[in-house]
Design a protein around this ligand. Structure first.
Ligand SMILES: [Zn+2]
Length: 294
């Protein structure tokens, strides 16, 4: 169980399981002779990919009592064809239940972007086949630019969008669309990092360590950086995913992220890492990026 305290926030990782992804697609232009030193592939060239959600619990004068779920995995509504490819592990609700968290406990759900493996448990089908919110009391948030794009995706990535994961929530008013930069709960905000998609938003969690200090740079910080840096094997600037729509922007966004996250010692949460869901990214003596475990 991955759990730690960050200021007044208790962070824990809950997985929706793992799924197979083509190693070439996962590492883009990086040659297999290089990535296979970091990640093992099976005989069909698939690598094991995690589906990490972040649960944030907080109770205090600044935030009130809140339970926030960042990202909702792949869910259980894939078509038969997609189940054949991705296997649909669908473990998130069971794992939350094992950790004592019921769907009704979630106050807020935040999606970094709307690819099907990041917002799958936003909704479920009820016994009549109707799409309903999985977390009935929750306010949902997702980037507005993502939602606009998802209505008219390109031929290249239209397979990545399942409208049942978000459109019913937008229509009912349960999902709020974000421009980027909003603070959703005091200390929890979103920031746009283009590259993987044009509007993907990272979720930044800033704890207030010392209630008497006004220096926010002293606050311990974590960031759910989502598909900008999906695993610890992707921390090099040029190691982007083949799925990235704007690979040069991925590099610029990673530079921007590291310029703040490395000196301020942010904890980085890796959405697709099956073994290391979070770590501190540092620069070693040779200038190479390394992930230091918690
Ligand atoms: Zn994605």
């Amino acid at each position: 169980m991955h759990r730690l305290q960050l200021g007044e926030f208790e962070l824990s990782v809950f997985s929706d399981g793992t799924y197979p992804l083509d190693g070439g697609a996962f590492f883009g232009v990086v040659p297999k002779v290089m990535w296979s030193r970091r990640v093992a592939a099976d005989d069909r060239n698939y690598v094991t990919t995690g589906l990490n959600s972040l649960l944030i619990r907080t109770e205090g004068p600044r935030t009130g009592k809140q339970t926030v779920l960042v990202e909702t995995g792949m869910g259980n509504k894939l078509s038969d064809r997609m189940v054949k490819i991705y296997r649909q592990p669908a473990q998130l609700l069971d794992n939350l239940a094992a950790g004592g968290v019921a769907p009704e406990d979630i106050d807020i759900v935040i999606n970094s972007h709307l690819h099907f493996d990041h917002c799958g448990w936003n909704t479920v089908r009820d016994k009549n086949g109707k799409i309903v919110p999985t977390f009935p009391r929750a306010k949902y948030y997702a980037p507005e630019g993502e939602w606009q794009y998802a209505r008219h995706p390109s031929e290249r990535d239209s397979i990545s969008f399942i409208s049942e994961n978000y459109d019913p929530l937008v229509e009912s008013g349960q999902m709020t669309l974000l421009k980027g930069g909003e603070e959703i709960v005091p200390g929890i905000s979103v920031r746009t990092f283009p590259g993987h998609t044009a509007h993907m938003q990272a979720i930044v969690i800033r704890g207030s360590q010392n209630p008497h200090s006004r220096d926010v740079s002293q606050a311990p910080t974590a960031c759910y950086i989502s598909d900008l840096i999906p695993t610890t094997a992707h921390i090099d600037l040029a190691w982007g995913m083949g799925f990235d729509l704007y690979p040069l922007q991925t590099i610029e966004s990673k530079k921007q992220y590291y310029a703040q996250a490395v000196p301020e010692k942010w904890l980085t949460v890796f959405t697709h890492d099956p073994k290391t869901p979070w770590a501190y990214v540092e620069r070693d003596e040779l200038g190479k990026m390394v992930a230091r475990g918690v």
